[in-house]
Unconditional design. Sequence first.
Length: 190
Amino acid sequence: MTAEAKATPTGDAVCEGGVYSWFNVDKRDVLTGVAEKEKVDRKGARLTYALTRLHTPRTAVTFEKGSRAVDAKAALRSLAVHTGVAEADDDGVSTDFANAHRPAQNLDDGGTTIDGVGTIVRYAWVEQVTADFRYACGDGKPVTGRATSWAVDGSGFLECSTPIENAKEGEPALAAARLSCDPGAPAVKA
């Protein structure tokens, strides 16, 4: 399925007022960091095990065919609108999404205090969006490429002896449980 979104490239663009067509859109949550399981035996304890980075989200536009003069920010902005990360007239949400110099999320938050006891695993994730595009404008040759960014970042914790409700393959919590909990722990099962 192809969707089109209008764009107005800036600078040395192929031409102004072209149309982006997006395909092979992949929008999913990706585990970015996980800590080792930590035994907590009293309420109000602070989790102190550091998260180990597993994936560094990035924001980029690569070109496969055609002029490299298409504005990367305009391409990312169009992708944000196409995937519902931003509204066509809302720059607020897509500003970070379209920032090619955006830093990865900070995994060193200093720890978390919890109210329960058990064997706890902390984790972090992002919603990553990747898609291929075709940019056509006027009589010029179309430009094709791939854009990737991330829309949301989050973190959480789980208890290894508690099943994760409605867990589906590929979800960050389930992946974190499988990496840090014992193999037979209830949280590891989908």
